[in-house]
Structure formats: structure tokens, C-alpha cells
Ligand binder design. Sequence first.
Ligand SMILES: [Zn+2]
Length: 48
Amino acid sequence: MAKVSPFHAEDSDVYHDNNQCTEGNNIEDRNRKSGTGGKRKCDHCKRL
Ligand SMILES: [Zn+2]
């Protein structure tokens, strides 16, 4: 498990901050934005 800088996909309503999150890893590079985007934290990242 490793914390990373927050990132999110523009078409999602959550952000991710863990490099083990499968949902976060599924974000395509072109859709991936840095920062929280003012979104809530991903439920999967909360558990990691
Ligand atoms: Zn996540």
C-alpha cells in the first residue's frame, strides 16, 4: 500500500490517493487529473 498525491478522473465523482486502488488504476492517462477536484474520497481508497 502506498499513498500517492490525490488524483481523479473528470467523469468520476470521487478522487483516489492510493496506488493499489484498482478503480484509480483503471483511469486512463488522458482522463487522469491531479488533485482532489473537490470530490469525495474513493470508498476503495478509504479501506486501503
Ligand atoms: Zn480509489
